[in-house]
Write a protein that binds this ligand. Structure first.
Ligand SMILES: [Zn+2]
Length: 396
């Protein structure tokens, strides 16, 4: 501890202390008691103090009292010093204990701070980890959703593929079946082509016969007229050939008004001949049976030999089940057709054959059909009748 310098009061206290101990307060003793100060300064203060003392230090108090007071001072000082020392020791111990506690507290504080710091770091790390995990979780969830969607799409594709496979399988089966069918069809087509070629050859032959047939249907101009009027065809029914043909075609097509108009036209050309009345009867036969029969009777009253009228009566009787009457009527028609009218003779014989056959007269039927063929060798119906009902029957 530095001092501002030894004062006179310091010197006086040292003097009292030395006197209390029974010692002489010399400059050296005072300096020793003070522990500091220059000798010259202390000597000067000692001289000043002595000068202030009235009559000198030992001038007033008796030596015994002085000794007693000094002893008392000494004991008090000693006790005070001991007490101070005790207090100082106690304080020092408390201070030491407090310092130790403080140090411990500081250490604890440091440790806690460190732990706090570590915790904060750990928390920060955990936060980062948590965020990372959350991001990962979201990514995983998105990926999961994406995978579910892809799975759905894949399943749909799988289903489509299955359906497509089934369709292709079916298609392959169909193609296989079609191929077999196609092969069969090709074979059939080849067979049919051969048949068609053969048919074509046959048709060429038949066409020849049909032309002949058609030619036979229309009489030559100077042949006897097929109406059995005993006139030449040219001067009889040939005059109304086209009107009668138009009337027949219109009646067949159901246009009876037009048909009757054509009949009227024919009448305007040749009058009410048996042929025209017979044709008029045919037109009415489509829609008025009574009128038709009346006209047929009128036709026969004009010309009892009119072959077509007998032929028509044969058709009606056959249809009504009067086979015998039909045979008689057909035979009358055959008798009156001119021998040159091969077309109508063929037709009448053909029906006569059918009537015989229906009546169970097979031999007469065969004979009638053979005569029909003599008049018109190209007649397919008669050929078929002969083949089917006569020859096959014999074989059977
Ligand atoms: Zn005629």
């Amino acid at each position: 501890m530095s001092r501002a310098g030894v004062t006179i009061l310091d010197v006086e206290q040292a003097i009292f202390k030395l006197q209390g101990r029974g010692k002489n307060p010399s400059v050296d003793a005072i300096r020793e008691a003070l522990g500091t100060g220059s000798k010259s300064t202390i000597a000067q203060h000692l001289r000043d103090w002595k000068a202030q003392q009235p009559g000198g230090p030992q001038g007033k108090l008796p030596q015994d009292l002085l000794g007693l007071v000094s002893g008392l001072w000494e004991r008090l000082s000693l006790k005070a010093e001991q007490r101070i020392q005790e207090i100082e020791e106690t304080s020092s111990q408390r201070e030491l204990a407090l310092k130790q506690t403080l140090a411990e507290l500081q250490q604890n504080h440091l440790r806690l701070q460190k732990q706090l710091h570590q915790s904060e770091e750990a928390e920060a790390t955990l936060t980062v980890v948590k965020e990372t995990l959350e991001i990962n979780l979201r990514t995983q969830q998105q990926e999961h959703v994406r995978l579910i969607e892809r799975d759905l799409v894949t399943q749909q594709q799988l289903e489509s593929q299955k359906t497509e496979n089934a369709r292709l399988h079916q298609l392959a089966n169909n193609i296989q079946a079609n191929l077999e069918h196609y092969q069969q069809a090709v074979q059939q087509l080849q067979t049919e082509q051969h048949l068609a070629i053969e048919k074509q050859h046959a048709r060429e032959d038949t066409d020849e016969l049909d032309r002949e047939c058609l030619k036979k249907m229309i009489p030559d101009s100077y042949d006897p007229c097929p109406c059995a009027s005993e006139k030449k065809y040219k001067f009889c029914c040939k005059k109304v050939f086209s009107e009668i043909m138009e009337a027949m075609i219109a009646a067949e097509e159901g246009d009876y008004t037009s048909a009757l108009k054509w009949i009227d036209k024919a009448k305007s050309v040749v009058g009410e001949t048996a042929e025209v009345i017979c044709r008029e009867s045919i037109v009415y036969s489509y829609f008025d049976g009574k009128k038709s029969n009346d006209l047929l009777a009128q036709c026969l009253s004009i010309n009892p030999n009119h072959p077509r009228a007998h032929y028509l009566i044969g058709l009606m009787l056959k249809q009504s089940g009067d086979i015998e009457g039909a045979v008689t009527a057909y035979q009358a028609a055959i008798r009156h057709y001119p021998p040159t009218d091969v077309f109508h003779l063929n037709e009448a014989y053909n029906n006569l054959g059918s009537a015989f056959y229906t009546g169970g007269n097979i031999e007469e039927a065969k004979s009638a059909w053979e005569k029909a063929l003599l008049y018109l060798p190209s007649d397919k119906t008669t050929r078929r009748n002969l083949a089917e009902f006569i020859h096959n029957r014999k074989i059977g």
